[in-house]
Ligand binder design. Sequence first.
Ligand SMILES: Cc1cc2nc3c(=O)[nH]c(=O)nc-3n(C[C@H](O)[C@H](O)[C@H](O)COP(=O)(O)O)c2cc1C
Length: 398
Amino acid sequence: MRPWRLKGRELLPVVQGGMGVGVSAGGLAGAVAALGGVGTVSSVDLRRLHPDLMAQTSHLESGKEPDARERINAANLVALDREIQRARLISQGRGMVAVNIMKALSAYEIYVRQSLESGADAVVVGAGLPLDLPELAKDHPGTALIPILSDARGVQLIVKKWEKKGRLPDAIVIEHPRLAGGHLGAAKVADLQDPRFNFENVIPQSLEFFKSAGLEGKIPLIAAGGISSREDILRLQGLGTAAVQMGTAFAVTQECDADPAFKQVLANATPEDVVEFISVAGLPARGVRTHWLNKYLRVEPKLKAVAHVKDRCNMAFDCLAHCGLRDGKSDMGQFCIDQQLAHAWEGDQQRGLFFRGAGALPFGKDIRSVHDLLSWMVAGNRPAEPVPSDAFKTGALA
Ligand SMILES: Cc1cc2nc3c(=O)[nH]c(=O)nc-3n(C[C@H](O)[C@H](O)[C@H](O)COP(=O)(O)O)c2cc1C
């Protein structure tokens, strides 16, 4: 297994993917970075982790005050800064601390600016094409910029557009929509099985494009979705990727920033419990068929039939730039995603929406530490065995 380099730093070939709302905050991201990997803070609605910020803003969600949105956004920026600093403190300069920002968020731009100012080592953008990221980050040449894409066409498009702006992606995450958790990079649920998304197609095609464009070896690829073993990493490195990104496996670690009951729902889900549906962002998404999701999927056709434009966002802060519920779009989901994801983060098994990938978990139903997970994935140490202190030195990887 090979370590990889990002902005001149040698790293373990494992990236912890950003997971909102509040699932990957400073605690999880810091723990991963501390062991030499890339830990990613999810930027969205982080005030929920800070009782003082919730005390200042939860009453604003009724939307009666005209500046509710600005005040909630301001609290979220304070929380984002705190979580980046927390991750940096835990990591003690090891590994890298990234921030994941969804392009589909209405606060996308202010979250990018805050992440850069707060000293994130990398900004990772998914759920949309971040064509404007080079301009937004022009004063921060030392910060790695990493788009998340799902097919070779997307890779070509973003590289060509960014090249004209004088900046290349420092790495690209290739997320497999048939396997990953959360929002998926395909237009429709029916497209998720399309072979163009298979790693065996996207990775060689992207590498071929880099070669033809004179960019060979310049843009490391990170494969995401369904990765659960050391053999997966070796196979993907054999295809030419530099590293892998995992989400669900990190969401069920002790250090994950969500409630223990959240982790139990993900860990206990069987393959039959995992389902795809259309989110309010208009993208397919994957999660666990819990009480709320079952009920929602039953009434979804009726809700879509009566979809209409609302006076205002449920939560007053317009988390999504385009929201099927607020904008009355009958071809998009009809629920408040911030509220449902927040219920999941709190461990509310009745009301939460629990995003999850489709794959098996490295430790089955066990909740283990980040140390156990990385030790198992990277160094091949069985989790019950003591981990040698040098297991995480990248030079020790065979
Ligand atoms: C609970 C959960 C929340 C997620 N939230 C986000 C998110 O906010 N932004 C994002 O780009 N990806 C998100 N993802 C995707 C992960 O970052 C990761 O790429 C994906 O889960 C990889 O697949 P795996 O879960 O099979 O390892 C989420 C995944 C999960 C399981």
